[in-house]
Every structure is written in C-alpha cells, then in structure tokens.
Design a protein around this ligand. Structure first.
Ligand code: 13P
Ligand code: SF4
Length: 331
C-alpha cells in the first residue's frame, strides 16, 4: 500500500527513466527545428509525459485537441496521445499527414467496444440514438449518431432528440454520471477505463484523511464510489479551470498522473496531490505513456507511423464528429 505522505513524490512518473538534462534539451531543440522544417503542429494530451507536453503547440483534453485538429493550417499533424485521438485528427483532415509516436498506443475503452458487437446491439432497437464517447475506433465512430468527450457529454446528451432511446457507449462510468447530470435515461455499454478504475473508495478515503481540507477533483471515468467523494467531477481541461478558480491551496487530483505536470505549470503557486490507486502505483495509463520524446523525434523524422483510414470510414465517421463540434460551439 502506498503511504499518503509519498503521494506528492509519486507525481514524478514511476515507469519512466528521465533523460539526462543535456540530452533532453538537445532533443527538444531538434524536435522544434524539425517541426518548422516539415510545417507540423504538435498536439499533446494532458496525460503525456512532461517533456512531450513542453514541446507541444497545444496541450489539452480530447475536446480541445479535436478542435485544434479541425482548425490547423499545418501540413503535418503530430498527435501525442493514443491511437483513437490521432484517428480523429485524420478523419477531420483526410488530406493531411497525421503521425503519432507509437501506433500501438491503444485504450481499454476502445478495446471494449468492437464495431460488430455495437452493430449487433444497435440492430435490436431501431429507435436507438447512439452517443459515442470519443475513446473508440473510427469504425465505431462511423456507426454513431454523435460523438462526445468528457468535456461536452452533458451538453451532447441534452441536445439529443427527446423521442429517441439513447445508447451511450463505451464508458459506463461516464454514462452513469451523465445520466445523473441530465436526468435522461440511457442504455449503457459496459466499458471502462482501466486506469481510472484503480481509484477506489478506500484509496480516496485515505488521501482525504491525510489532506482533510484539500478539495478532490475526479474525472467522470472514475466509479460512482469515487465520484461520490469528489468535490468536482470534470474533464481534464475543466480541472485546469477549477484549480485556477478555487481558493484552495492544495488539491487532490483523481485522474491519470500526467495531469499533474499541466496543473503545476498552469497554477505554479498551488500544490497538487495525485490521488493514489488502491494497491499499486498505477494511476498511469500504460498506453499514453508508450509515447516518449525519442519516439516523437523519430516519427517526425520518418513521417511515420501514419494514420491511414479508408475514404468510406472517414466519410461516415466525420459526420458524428462534426455534429459534436457544432453542438459544442453553441454558447
Ligand atoms: P479528457 O481528455 O476528455 O479529459 O478524457 C481523458 C481521457 O481519458 C482521455 O483518454
Ligand atoms: Fe483509454 Fe483510460 Fe488510457 Fe484514456 S486513460 S487512453 S480512457 S485507458
């Protein structure tokens, strides 16, 4: 069991061997030179390792990253996140080169929802209106009516036609939280984020006892037992807004550990305490952490691995993503 006093030290990533400072500086400079040479934009999710966040043009949540991907003028999109995120960027930019540091960076939510299984469920009810969390394959997006992220799921569900039966896939925890927020009944797919399931009632109670006045901010991919203990439940980008706004000087963060670097940069005067996982130091997403600064340099130098999708998938998957972007843009 991890002692609560070790929690802040734990914010330094445990599965990562840091680069020596000279190598880090040199590699970061080479990446920025290469970026100018190939006219690329580097987009990085909040869960990426600090050295990748530090060379990115934009660091954000899934919603912010898709909005950036939709408006970029760059010729090459370098997506530092997991595969479904780079796929989304390709769907929005079929004519551009989209690369990612490690093509094997998957997601447990994506794996939980294969498109033939989703199609079989959809075929059981012609009145289903499928709202799909962005954490899924391009094939699943192509079967969806509208896409959502954790940052806009409540808004997307509120905008859904009232006479349709909502099928919400693939994250049942996010879906359950959205049902509580909107009062809208939905059929939930039984998928989950393995990294957020590592937070438990017991692990959060332990950190609450250690830091009794610090508010707890949790991602909606956490279970209900964890969400019930949280003072704020929101997407990673909204966590930044909450932490800037709150008068609290110390905040407990129940999400993937990469978030701590972003928060420390945005709010340098505050303390961030990573919520502990129950039995292990595993509040890291193994998929997000497959990307390294070296792999980022290599993919930019080789313009590979690239995301390639069939024109028919791109055409069908684009519509529900565009619908999400349009609904999100309405004030
Ligand atoms: P957001 O980017 O919407 O905060 O979600 C976090 C996540 O789990 C991405 O894989
Ligand atoms: Fe998927 Fe969870 Fe990793 Fe996000 S943190 S990519 S939802 S496994």
């Amino acid at each position: 069991m991890i002692e609560a006093k070790d929690l802040e030290a734990q914010a330094e990533f445990v599965t990562r061997i840091p680069l020596p400072p000279e190598r880090l500086d040199a590699l970061s400079r080479e990446i920025l030179d290469l970026k100018r040479k190939i006219n690329a934009v580097i987009l990085a999710h909040n869960y990426q390792v600090p050295e990748i966040q530090d060379v990115a043009d934009f660091v954000g949540d899934s919603l912010g990253l898709s909005q950036q991907a939709a408006r970029t003028k760059a010729d090459v999109i370098v997506f530092c996140g997991v595969h479904f995120m780079a796929e989304t960027a390709k769907i929005l930019n079929p004519g551009k080169v989209v690369i990612l540091p490690d093509a094997a960076a998957g997601c447990s939510l994506e794996e939980s929802c294969p498109d033939p299984k989703l199609k079989a469920l959809q075929d059981t009810n012609s009145n289903f209106y499928t709202i799909t969390y962005i954490n899924c394959s391009a094939e699943v997006k192509a079967l969806s009516d509208v896409i959502c992220t954790s940052g806009n799921a409540v808004k997307i569900v509120n905008a859904a036609p009232k006479d349709r039966d909502i099928l919400f896939v693939p994250d049942e925890n996010l879906g359950a939280w959205v049902m509580e927020q909107t009062g809208r009944k939905m059929t939930l797919w039984k998928g989950s984020c393995y990294a957020h399931l590592e937070f438990t009632y017991a692990s959060i109670m332990r950190v609450r006892q250690e830091y009794p006045v610090a508010p707890i901010v949790a991602h909606p991919e956490c279970t209900k037992a964890v969400r019930m203990l949280a003072d704020e439940i929101c997407s990673t980008e909204k966590m930044v807004e909450f932490c800037k706004r709150t008068p609290a000087q110390a905040i407990i963060i129940a999400t993937e550990s990469g978030m701590i670097h972003r928060l420390r940069k945005e709010c340098p005067d505050k303390r961030f305490i990573p919520a502990p996982a129950d039995k292990c130091r595993c509040n890291e997403c193994q998929f997000m952490k497959m990307n390294t600064l070296e792999k980022l340099y290599e993919c930019m130098a080789a313009l590979s691995p690239r995301v390639e999708l069939s024109p028919s998938i791109i055409e069908r998957a684009r519509l529900p993503i565009q619908r999400m972007l349009d609904i999100s843009a309405v004030k």
